[in-house]
Design a protein around this ligand. Sequence first.
Ligand SMILES: Nc1ncnc2c1ncn2[C@@H]1O[C@H](COP(=O)(O)OP(=O)(O)O)[C@@H](O)[C@H]1O
Ligand SMILES: [Mg+2]
Length: 349
Amino acid sequence: MWEGLFREVILLIELKNVVKSFASPDGMEVHALRGIDLSVETGDIFGIIGLSGAGKSTLLRVMNRLESPSSGEVWIGGRNMAILSGDELRTARQDMGMIFQHFNLLSSRSVSGNIAYPLEVQRLSTGEIKDRVSEMLRLVELEDKADAWPSQLSGGQKQRVAIARALAGRPKVLLCDEATSALDPRTTRSILHLLERINSSTGVTIVLITHEMDVVREICRNMVILEDGVVVESGPVKDVFLNPKSRTAKEFLDDLPRTPSQDEELPKIVGSPLVILRFDGDAADMPIVSQAIKTTGVDVNILSGEIDSLRSSRVGNLTVQLSGNREEIEGAMEYFSRNGVSLEVIWNG
Ligand SMILES: Nc1ncnc2c1ncn2[C@@H]1O[C@H](COP(=O)(O)OP(=O)(O)O)[C@@H](O)[C@H]1O
Ligand SMILES: [Mg+2]
């Protein structure tokens, strides 16, 4: 019972066995979501990554009930969105803001007018709307653009307006569907860092859909990988980066210049295994390789490697060749494992 209570407090979003199928024109069914379980903690920045067609947009649309699930439960802030209707659904939707790849601003309204729009729908007073619009313009650092028209803005500025509009009603969660996919890399980073600042200053939970691993790596704390409507990987971003299990995760990581490809031409010497060492924050800063050499007598030949920043911590990997007698090699492997380094033997000599 206590566990049930506790989970309700910290989990903002919980999906249980969510299925969504569409009837296609040829009479076949498209299974967009095939039994999704996932949970998002209050205040998290949560990434959903997958290739095109994996079901990401459908998943977001099921969360805010633009789409009804075929079956399953969609709990958002203690309400099962899957069964709400009418006024209850309208109230529940006010807890959710959404931004899109193509911004979807109203071209006939000024920047302020766009931000005011959802507040007018919610029938706030003119004074309240004015105050809230100013507050939002400050939040996204666009105070000088209050009276500009969308057509006068850059892509990054348009997305800032969309963020201000989505947050104007003070939702509990901001759903972002490929929000940076139409932006250049520098603007992408500035939007992501704005989202990160907003998350820490307001506490709003952010769910971010993307097909780019870089986006997840930049700001997300937890993530799932979606493949053909199924969650194939989930957990803290750092764990998924360090120990990718699914094919999709490995492919996404291969796109980044940090995981060594196993097909590389690596020297194969009988009796000298090739090993990928993956380490995180603490281990990355320790002279762990030289310690292993000193402690076990093994010889370590570093073939390739990289250290990378992941939010505030660092992760890294080294592809090494271990030489020595069997005892030294096994001793070194044991030494690495004991010191928090995960180890993948890619050729066992
Ligand atoms: N309204 C719809 N009608 C029929 N099929 C759909 C509909 N929406 C999505 N799909 C199908 O569901 C699958 C997942 O689509 P989507 O959620 O848009 O993927 P993603 O956002 O990851 O690219 C695709 O095969 C897509 O064609
Ligand atoms: Mg999509």
